[in-house]
Design a protein around this ligand. Sequence first.
Ligand SMILES: [Mg+2]
Length: 143
Amino acid sequence: MSIFSANKKFERFEDVTPEFLEKEGIKLLLCDLDNTLRLHSEKEPADELAEWIEDCKKAGITIMIVSNNGRKKMMQKFCEPIGVDCVWWAGKPISKKLTEARESRGFKPEETAMLGDKITTDVWAAKFAGIKVYKVEHRKYVV
Ligand SMILES: [Mg+2]
């Protein structure tokens, strides 16, 4: 498979269901933040994000946010109410932080996937880390 292509493409993160992840054998989902789980401008987690994370947790899937965003306090404030750990300044497409996040939770590469919107950061970092990657479209306002 090409380094440019994701294992599967989705429109929005909500389309990546716990059922799909279970079928894929994924137990840890590393998620990009900006334009994947939120619009860049969103200060607080949207209801649909909180619900999706809750559903994943109920299915026994661990969610972690791995972002190139360097605003540590903003990220911690965003992630706290949804109860997920976050890694800031991840330096994607370098895969180091993805692998560190995975190993810190004791998951194997084949149990881990990355979810993101950008090929040159999220997709490449996942490829270098030897994990699956699912791509979503840049998040848009839902009317
Ligand atoms: Mg992004």
